[in-house]
Design a protein around this ligand. Structure first.
Ligand SMILES: [Zn+2]
Length: 109
């Protein structure tokens, strides 16, 4: 039986429970972001989101929205857990907020 996941999609309850409340697709997105960070460092991840903002999300926007708000929750939690990474995490949160509300980017140009 399918349930609504934290990312706003659907997955089996057991899958969502085992994968942080995410559906299959979002969990694989999430895993590749974690992998990117691990392999190429934090700057690479910031650049990834920056280019996502500039290209205005090629993927279906509505579908990404829930996933991004999940990421925002994730980083807000990290901000509490790892205060030493505050600068990086705040930058990530800013990037993610900008993906959700691209109009804010106007002020940066
Ligand atoms: Zn999802």
């Amino acid at each position: 039986m399918l349930c609504k996941t934290r990312c706003g999609h659907f997955a089996t309850r057991s899958y969502a429970d085992a994968h942080g409340g995410l559906c299959r697709k979002c969990h694989s997105n999430f895993a590749s972001l974690v992998e990117l960070e691990k392999r190429y460092g934090e700057d690479a991840l910031v650049e990834y989101w920056y280019s996502a903002i500039l290209t205005n999300l090629p993927e279906s926007k509505e579908e990404m929205k829930c996933f991004i708000s999940h990421l925002i929750d994730f980083y807000q939690q990290k901000l509490i857990e790892i205060p030493s990474k505050q600068r990086y995490i705040k930058k990530m949160l800013y990037m993610l907020q900008s993906v959700l509300e691209p109009s804010d980017m106007e002020t940066l140009r």
